[in-house]
Design a protein around this ligand. Structure first.
Ligand SMILES: Cc1cc2nc3c(=O)[nH]c(=O)nc-3n(C[C@H](O)[C@H](O)[C@H](O)COP(=O)(O)OP(=O)(O)OC[C@H]3O[C@@H](n4cnc5c(N)ncnc54)[C@H](O)[C@@H]3O)c2cc1C
Length: 530
């Protein structure tokens, strides 16, 4: 038996666990990741990554892993009799709501990469950043105590290791043994449908020539979802199914979807899985945090909420763990993880059941009265917690960034600005330290003073000095006047905003930052209110 120490033990090396390891490393936090598999599952699963997910991986230099889908097209879908048969209407991911303004909300559009292709890229990046990755290693038990977690990990070679960690992050999937061990219950809808997926390879490129990559197969014998899966002639067929099928039956179903039986089809993998919509009653217990499917399972193919929500969980948690482990913040900051991420998962679940195709499964209280549009879900979900000031309960859960206009608790808006000779997004200014953004230079000294007073790095970005942009546009997007400022957290969310320059800018900022960072050095009791 061996013993190992690590600041953070991550259980599960799927996309969410690997994302956690990368985001922690980007904040200078070492982690050990244990994954019981020795390689990625061949079962076809996630394919679509949202613009927000691409923004998050951009902060860690991983653009190459997320090639962008062509502008304006997105993953196009049609309802069709079959690939070779009649094609009916094209249909969007989310049913149309009121006409959305033509605002560019992000420098990114979205990406389509098969999960089994993306996982090795994330694993390689994690290793490059110094993450210790143990494959074929299963967490079999753990206990918590006042200062940490002690976990037992068994290797495929029957070796046993005791891992001591300050924190444990469970990204161990929807059955989450860690969540079960903690006795955290889930609420939602246990079983919507049992589905079958078949991954196959076939020379069907001719059907992709028109730019459509996904097909809702609609014929009397078959209702199914057929999607190109990661190129190289790979396709995934998914349909409602609760019986065992042999290879001959699978081939017959694939031929129905293709609309031909003269195509050479190579079946690569198949399996059945249940669609559920369940959210854990808590995303944390003591020193253990749940992320990804362990915290929420959301039906796939409706907005890409599954893995994208899980990746954003880990991005939210990473900077908080870094701040607490470094001693800059008290553990109270970690309470804001559940406060911020659980409502996001619930909002997404309710938005799914507001759709006509999911309404039949909805339960009382589990459905939004109207569908929230993609831009609001993607870039405008509001965090309400102790790590945000002035985001009260009366505000809606999600709006588009131009409707929020810099509301604290939302992701900082994207605008193009000039830095040196380069055009960059405002989003490129965030992602590591705290940032104070202002058009008035008087805030520069305030940022330095707040940083010194609390021992927390705060970068000042002056519009007109550090970056060039139309100050009116910046003020309008961020919702402050020419002498106001916005304080942006290391995860790119706005923590606090001063619409005007207060008489004691430094004191006001110190108070605000001390509050939203759960600083170990609280601001002096005397001083201006925020
Ligand atoms: C058919 C299908 C299509 C989908 N399409 C999309 C999509 O397009 N977009 C999207 O956003 N989402 C999609 N999803 C959802 C998405 O696949 C999941 O949300 C995502 O994979 C969850 O990732 P995870 O890392 O949380 O969990 P998992 O991928 O389940 O990973 C958990 C890992 O933990 C490991 N593990 C468990 N217990 C232990 C233990 N004790 N010790 C060590 N390791 C352990 C497991 O082996 C596993 O590798 C789809 C899902 C399905 C089924």
């Amino acid at each position: 038996m061996t013993s190992t120490r690590t600041p953070v033990l991550i259980v599960g090396g799927g996309l969410v666990g690997l994302s956690a390891a990368i985001f922690l490393a980007s904040h200078g936090v070492r982690s050990l990741l244990v994954e019981r598999r020795t390689s990625s599952s061949a079962h076809p699963r996630a394919l679509g990554y949202t613009a927000r997910t691409c923004e998050l991986f951009h902060t860690v230099g991983m653009d190459a892993a997320f090639p962008q889908v062509p502008k304006g097209s997105g993953p196009r879908r049609v309802r069709a009799e079959s690939l070779a048969g009649q094609w009916f209407e094209e249909y969007p991911w989310t049913p149309a709501t009121e006409a959305a303004p033509t605002v560019e909300y992000s420098p990114f559009i979205g990406s389509a990469t098969a999960q089994d292709r993306l996982e090795p890229l994330l694993r390689a990046k994690a290793v490059e950043l110094g993450v210790e990755v143990w494959l074929g290693a299963e967490l079999t038990s753990f206990t918590q105590h006042a200062t940490g977690v002690a976990a037992v990990v068994e290797g495929s070679d029957r070796s046993t290791s005791v891992v001591s960690a300050a924190y444990l992050l469970a990204a161990d999937g929807h059955r989450s043994p860690v969540r079960e061990a903690l006795g955290i219950a889930r609420d939602g809808i246990e079983h919507l449908q049992t589905m079958r997926s078949v991954l196959f390879c076939a020379p069907l490129q001719e059907y992709l020539a028109r730019g459509v990559v996904q097909f809702l197969i609609d014929q009397p014998e078959l209702n199914a979802f057929l999607t190109s899966y990661g190129g190289e002639g790979r396709w995934a067929l998914m349909f409602h199914d609760d019986v065992e099928r042999d290879e001959q039956q699978l081939r017959a179903t694939i031929n129905l979807a293709i609309g031909r039986d003269d195509v050479a089809v190579n079946i690569l993998a198949t399996g059945r899985w249940d669609i559920s919509a369940l959210i854990a009653d808590s995303f944390a217990s003591g020193r253990v945090f749940l992320a990804g499917d362990a915290a929420h399972t959301l039906p796939p193919s409706r907005g890409g909420y599954g893995v994208n929500t899980g990746i954003a969980d880990t991005h939210n948690l990473a900077w908080k763990l870094a701040a607490v482990l470094s001693g800059a913040s008290t553990p109270a900051l970690l309470d804001t993880y559940d406060q911020e991420r659980r409502p996001v998962a619930w909002k997404r679940l309710k938005n799914i059941f507001a759709r006509p195709d999911y309404a039949a499964y909805a339960r009382d209280g589990f459905v939004d009265t109207e569908i929230t549009d993609d831009a609001a879900m993607e870039f405008g979900q509001l965090y309400r917690s102790a790590a945000v000031l002035d985001a009260d309960a009366s505000l809606p859960a999600a709006l588009r960034p131009d409707q929020w206009a810099g509301q604290p608790g939302t992701r900082a808006p994207h605008l193009w600005v000039q830095r040196d000779d380069e055009q960059i997004s405002t989003l490129d200014l965030f992602g590591h330290d705290w940032v104070l953004l202002a058009t008035d230079e008087q805030w520069r000294t305030a940022a330095t003073q707040a940083s010194t007073a609390l021992g927390i790095p705060v970068s000042f970005v002056g519009v007109g000095t550090d970056v060039l942009a139309d100050p009116e546009k910046v003020c309008a997007a961020y919702g402050f006047s020419h002498d106001g400022s916005s304080l942006i957290r290391p995860d790119g969310h706005i923590a606090w905003r001063s619409t005007r320059l207060p008489s004691d800018a430094a004191g006001t900022l110190v108070h605000a930052l001390a509050h939203v960072s759960s600083s170990r050095r609280p601001a002096a009791a005397k001083g201006p209110q925020v």
